[in-house]
Design a protein around this ligand. Structure first.
Ligand code: IFM
Length: 731
């Protein structure tokens, strides 16, 4: 077994348990299941399971949550009346590990009951990637000492809640199918999605199952006498459907359960592993010379893969994937600029699904533009199922009851260009002209219309400006002429010109339709060109640096590097209000622009000057930041620093270095790590002839190998022993 695929649990304090619940999330692009323990009967929320797309607005709330699905992991084991659990009896041995190669979680426990019986228990679980409606867990036991009577009980716990306490479900209806199988069904209170779950408890013990009637928590139980040396297995098979994917979720859940029972755990697991073998064949990275980074890369790729919808183009990946309650499941630019590129280059069909989510949400983006007095499509900063802006306006109250106004929903507008960037990148790498013709072009063109209407003419200066925004650096709100925002708006308009020219040349009928529907005429095209020519990109010609936004250098200087090392952000050190006036950057901003646009931002000297100016000011208060810095540092040849920043990015969840992994995986940091490696260290880029590399690896990285897909063909990048190559490979 290659250690680079295994993530082991190391608990040094009880609070870390929640970090590992997040880390040990299993999933299949439809459902995500946190790593709660099977026997955990006293969990504060039972918030283990999330299904894509089930957003709901709870009564009394103003922003939707991804509603938590019932907790299906529960399994109680009692030996002669003593309940198995770490707090009872003695744990004589314990190990728990996530195997990202097979997307499965395993725990081995040697346990002595208070009566002295000793059992060895192995728990395994997976969320099937071969049939995404199937979830499975199995416990295999062996009695090493004693001959206890075992009692087993497991069911569907519907009394789940979010840390916020909001309820999202109407009262659950529950029932039984057979003596060893049960079901539960309900609807979300406001959005009206139905979810149905069915579960069976199957065993090789000579036991007669019976039902424990509890409306909110239907369970199956059975008991049997065990002999010393005896082995046994208990398998819990669970199926899950929603009204998003089924006309009758309960009927489908029951039918799928019957099929899953017939197949059995081993066959289901084999099919699941076969699919994962194919996923890894395309997405794996080998990095020899640093075992931690090797493990982190696979861990991060795994978490993006288990969150990416396989068969559904109406949902997208939230900032915390399906692994936690953070950010309520909402979708940010994190998806398009951080996670999608990994998928575009290694699993293009999954990237396409995510881009289609934005296509389907164009009506929401158009409504937002209209509501703000603009044209075209203005995508929401936070998006859920409807495509409307769902960013909450206030933070939750702190200990003193104080709440802070959140302005990103109104002011953080660059997301519209970020989506266009992901579309252009997807198109370049895949050559998927059908997608571009039928869907992508419409997003890019209508986004361009937004920017053309959004800019303001400054007659005194003779230039277009974009005032009152938030750039990637969210410590500074309501700023004018964020260079990131302005430069990406300009890039977006230029890209729209290219897409429009291509459409007219290759698909004139589609161009005519879109031209009519989006009012793209010569007047509009002239306006785009004028904005491109005269939009203001703040630049200091003496220092030859970009200026993050107007008056940025009036902020009070702070020696940010003097506050290292630290887990808390400098905003929490100085306070929200004070930080607004300090020259501290939350995350890659000008640096982010350099990562995306490279030499288009300026010549090497300008980019180096930008780096020397902005890197020392950055607090990395956002998990999105370190990987982007690593990427740019690697391109600028600052390899030691690049490696340090890469390690910082790699540690975000595995070592919880932002202190909030309990809320869910930082999906953007995961996707960012891969990009830092591919685009930064390996220097992967496209030329007219196809993909090319320009690698610079830090000392100690002995070998790097990964594959990407370019226009249907696989290319493998290998860097080892001072040699580097990219070659077309099979299949
Ligand atoms: O999208 C990010 C943002 O850039 C920084 N704050 C957190 C958001 C969600 O990850």
């Amino acid at each position: 077994m290659d250690i680079g695929y295994l993530i082991r649990e190391h608990l040094t304090s009880p609070v870390q348990a929640q970090q590992f619940e997040t880390l040990f999330t299993i999933g299949n692009g439809y459902v995500g299941v946190r790593g709660l323990l099977e026997e955990d009967s006293a969990h504060p929320t039972f918030d283990s399971t999330r299904v894509h797309g089930l957003f709901n607005l709870a009564e009394g709330d103003l922003s939707p949550d991804l509603a938590p699905a019932p907790h299906w992991l529960g399994l109680t084991l009692e030996f002669d009346g003593y309940r198995f659990g770490y707090e009872n009896g003695r744990v004589l041995g314990l190990e728990r590990e996530l195997d990202v190669r097979s997307a499965s979680l395993t725990r081995r426990v040697l346990w002595q009951s208070p009566a002295g019986d000793v059992v060895r228990l192995t728990f395994e679980r997976f969320a099937s990637t071969a049939d995404e409606h199937v979830l499975a867990l199995r416990v295999s036991g062996r009695v090493l000492h004693g001959a206890p009577r075992v009692r087993v009980c497991g069911g569907i716990e519907t009394r789940v809640s979010l840390p916020s306490g909001y309820n999202h479900w109407q009262p659950w209806k529950t029932g039984s199918i057979e003596p060893d199988a049960i079901w539960a069904r309900s609807q979300t209170t406001q959005s009206g999605y139905t979810l149905a779950m069915a579960a069976a408890l199957v065993t090789d013990l000579d036991a007669v199952p019976s039902l424990l009637a509890d409306g909110a928590h239907p369970q199956v139980e059975f008991g049997a006498a065990l002999d010393e040396g005896q082995t046994f297995t208990v398998t819990k098979l669970v199926t899950l459907f929603t009204s998003r994917d089924s006309a009758d979720p309960l009927v489908d859940a029951q039918a799928a359960l019957s099929r899953a029972r017939q197949a059995g755990y081993d066959a289901l697991y084999a099919a699941h592993c076969e699919r994962w073998g194919r996923l890894w064949a395309d997405s794996d990275v080998v990095l020899e010379g640093d075992p931690f980074l090797q493990q982190a890369l696979r861990f991060c790729i795994y978490h993006v893969l288990i969150a990416a919808p396989q068969h559904d183009d109406q949902v997208s990946i939230g900032a915390k994937t399906l692994s936690g309650a953070g950010y309520r499941g909402h979708v940010f630019w994190d998806t398009e600029l951080f996670m999608v590129p990994l998928l575009t280059l290694t699993q293009p069909q999954l990237a396409r699904n995510l881009l289609m989510y934005r296509y389907h949400r164009l009506p929401g983006a158009r409504a937002k533009a209209r509501a703000n007095g603009y044209e075209g499509a203005m995508f929401p900063w936070e998006s859920a199922d409807t495509g409307d802006e769902v960013t909450p306006q206030w933070t939750l109250p702190d200990a003193s009851g104080k709440r802070i106004r959140i302005w990103t929903g109104e002011l953080e507008q660059h997301v519209t260009s970020d989506i266009a960037y992901a579309i252009a990148q997807y198109w370049q790498w895949t050559g998927d002209d059908v997608f571009m013709r039928d869907y992508g072009a419409e997003i890019v063109l209508d986004g361009a219309r937004f920017w053309a209407s959004r800019v303001e003419w400054n007659a005194a200066e003779g230039r277009y400006e974009i005032r009152n925004v938030i750039g990637p650096d969210e410590y500074h709100e309501d700023v004018d002429n964020s260079v990131f925002t302005n430069a990406m708006a300009r890039w977006h308009l230029q890209t729209a010109q290219q897409v429009w020219a291509w459409l007219n040349e290759r698909h004139p009928e589609r161009a005519a339709t879109l031209g009519r529907e989006l009012s793209i005429d010569q007047v509009a095209l002239d306006r785009w060109q004028d904005v491109i020519d005269r939009i203001y990109l703040p630049f200091d010609p003496e220092r030859r640096i970009h200026i993050q936004y107007d008056n940025f250098f009036d902020l009070k200087p702070v020696d940010v590097l003097a506050y290292q090392p630290r887990v808390a952000s400098l905003q929490s050190v100085f306070g929200y209000e004070a930080t607004r006036h300090l020259r501290i950057i939350k995350q890659a901003d000008v640096v982010m622009l350099m990562a995306l646009l490279g030499a288009q931002v300026g010549d090497r000297d300008v980019r180096l000057n930008n780096w020397e100016t902005y890197y020392p000011l950055c607090d990395h208060g956002s998990s999105l930041s370190p990987a982007v810095h690593a990427w740019v540092a690697a391109r600028l040849g600052k390899l030691d620093l690049a490696r340090e920043l890469f390690e910082h990015a790699a540690e975000i969840d595995l070592r919880d270095n932002k202190g909030n992994s309990r809320d869910g995986i930082h999906g953007a940091a995961c996707g960012g790590l891969w990009q830092a490696l591919a685009f930064g260290f390996a220097g992967l880029h496209l030329t007219a002839e196809g993909p090319a590399i320009d690698p610079h690896l830090p000392a100690g990285w002995d070998r790097l190998q990964f594959s990407v897909r370019y226009r249907g063909e696989r290319y493998t990048v290998t860097v080892e022993g001072g040699e580097a190559r990219i070659e077309r490979s099979q299949p």
